[in-house]
Design a protein around this ligand. Structure first.
Ligand SMILES: NC(=O)c1ccc[n+]([C@@H]2O[C@H](COP(=O)([O-])OP(=O)(O)OC[C@H]3O[C@@H](n4cnc5c(N)ncnc54)[C@H](OP(=O)(O)O)[C@@H]3O)[C@@H](O)[C@H]2O)c1
Length: 324
């Protein structure tokens, strides 16, 4: 099989396309012929040895896949050869065949494409876990999403809207905000030009946003916290800007608000059933046409490097998908 391989640490330029022997599934595992693999910001970190997971060489980037089951390991039941499935596997997704624990599989309805299904685990799973489990979002509340056009941010915009929230998108250019609006955002703030705190306050009649979904960190977290409503929830999602902000704790006291950590990967390990229920809900919305995840673009396996470069250049709008 062909695989996009990382054999040394570095940027997207280190990725090579090469042949590997077809894998055999061990007990409890299946082989999936990968139709699509979605890439995430952390794929640009894992190939640089800057991520918490450190797979052995050679490995493929790509943590979330969709495709068809092509081989069953011993003891596997409840899944059939040829069945369409999706899974979160951490890495080794950008290849023609991936080995997956059978317990990690979820079925894909006929009306949902591999490209869409491949992108539902990480960013949509995080949006559900963040907004519902950790953020206690209620319909009618206001959510401000920072980095609103990226993979994690746009998923949060779409899920928050589906949950009945009023959504304020914050991003660094008019083009990015246009994508956020097209995917459900009610309001838009260009934080490269506008004052984030003042704009959120002005869009909420001075009250502030009930929920902040912060995928960016850096210079934007504190202004967003200062524009959080009394009793609000500030969700710590990620630090795409690089710097991890240090927050004055008096702001939490003054606002009677919560700062809440959201770690989807750890949540899936500790509460696999609750994550499976979240993903099943997202899949059902997609199957019914009530949720239409935005795909930045679809790349061939040979173009995996180019796909990673899109994320590296801060250009990704929604999901970046490789179709082996
Ligand atoms: N907590 C969790 O469980 C969890 C799950 C998934 C992802 N995450 C994290 O969420 C963050 C976003 O991930 P993603 O996959 O959505 O990434 P992405 O698609 O590349 O989007 C990141 C966004 O961050 C903004 N940004 C600001 N400064 C940046 C910089 N220096 N470099 C790159 N982007 C910058 C960009 O928006 P603007 O240009 O509009 O500022 C960009 O759209 C990452 O830190 C990731 O690790 C966390």
């Amino acid at each position: 099989m062909k695989a996009a391989l990382c054999r040394q640490f570095g940027g997207p330029e280190v990725i090579e396309i090469d042949d590997l022997p077809d894998p055999d599934p061990a007990e409890g595992e299946v082989v999936v012929d990968v139709g699509a693999v979605s890439l995430n910001f952390f794929d640009t970190l894992i190939i640089r040895n800057k991520y918490q997971y450190k797979p052995d060489f050679p490995f493929s980037p790509g943590a979330e896949i969709a495709g068809r089951v092509s081989a069953l390991g011993a003891g596997v039941s409840g899944v059939a050869l040829g069945e369409r499935v999706m899974a979160y596997i951490g890495w080794n997704g950008a290849r023609e065949k991936a080995v997956v624990p059978a317990a990690a599989l979820a079925p894909i309805p006929d009306s949902v494409s591999d490209a869409v299904a491949s992108g539902l685990s990480v960013t949509f799973g995080t949006a559900m876990h963040g907004l519902c489990d950790r953020g206690r979002l209620a319909a009618g509340e206001t959510v401000a999403v920072l980095g609103a056009s990226g993979g994690a941010g746009l998923a949060a915009v779409q899920i928050a809207k589906r949950l009945g929230a009023r959504v304020i998108a914050a991003a660094s250019s008019p083009e990015k905000l246009e994508i956020a609006r097209a995917n459900g955002a009610d309001e838009a703030i260009d934080y490269a030009k506008e004052d984030l705190k003042e704009e959120i306050k002005s869009l909420t009649g001075g009250a502030g946003a009930d929920v902040i979904y912060d995928c960016v960190g850096g210079p934007y977290s504190e202004p967003a916290l200062r524009a959080t409503a009394w009793g609000g929830r500030f969700l710590v999602i990620g630090f795409a800007a690089g710097d991890i902000p240090k927050i004055p704790l008096n702001l939490l006291l003054l606002k009677g608000c919560d700062m809440v950590g959201v770690f989807w990967g750890s949540f899936t390990e500790r509460h696999p059933d609750r994550n499976a229920a979240n993903i099943a809900q997202v899949m059902e919305w997609c199957a019914k046409g009530e949720l239409d995840p935005h795909i930045h673009g679809e790349f061939s396996l040979n173009e995996t490097k180019a796909a990673l470069e899109v994320i590296d250049r801060r250009e990704a709008k929604g999901k970046v998908v490789v179709c082996p």
